[in-house]
Ligand binder design. Sequence first.
Ligand code: NCD
Length: 291
Amino acid sequence: MQHLVDTYDFSEKQIANILKDARAFKKQMPSQLLRDKLLITLFFESSTRTRSSFEVAAKRLGAAVVHLDPAKSSTNKGESLEDTFANLCAMEPDGVIIRHEYNNTPRKLADKELTCVINAGAGNYAHPTQALLDYFTMLEHFGDLKGKTIAIVGDIVSSRVASSGIRLFTRMGMNVVLVAPQPFMPDNDLPKYEQLDDVIDNVDIIMSLRAQLERHKAPIFEDYEEYAKEYCITSERLGERNILLLHPGPVMRNIDISDEMLEDSRCKVLEQVKNGVFVRMAILKALLLDS
Ligand code: NCD
């Protein structure tokens, strides 16, 4: 049984196949490859894009999807997460798609080997399907990403999108540089900059990230308008440079990216969302049919 907890669960050959399938699905919707499959989504944290993208992807492939809302489930009556999960698995789904605030929850549930576990975001540790859809979006634009440089800008330390992205992009031969004020900077050996202007002439892609206010134990900045003066991606900051702009959403307008930049053709935020469905379709196929 294969799980997707982190992108390292996939071999390079599997990643290449997923990207190929996603490309083919984007060209032409496939037949209902997962017609007999049943997936359960279990989201312990809020989600707009990821949950609906998984549901759309599963339904496009003909799978049935059942959603359990933890706020209205028996975890609220004191049932442990493990027991809730075991009870869902007793209904014999083909996979459970889970989002949780703790880094190790998906791995812990996957290790029970009761069903295929797909991580839809865990703490600040991993969001593998986002990393793959971001990679797909960049690849579609550039054709080849070896040696390309991506600057990740914003609240990197709290971001599972950043941590998953860093692992995948470096594995695939990209250069990753980090741009953030000191409280948002993680501790690793990647090149670090406090100002985007110091590195902007050497980057091909910027990934802007939201300040993850809900994960901060105490407020880090009093005034996000001050923060935005340094880190908001604006037309003035980008100039005429041919840089691709990504953001996993939700975008805090005029803090992460300016209104004007969101309308710019270099900004791929909605393309990422569109690609997310095809990439998740390919991932579901890889996990439920190919492995
Ligand atoms: C992110 C998440 O929840 O990890 N969004 C997403 O899944 N596309 C990022 C965020 O909440 O800022």
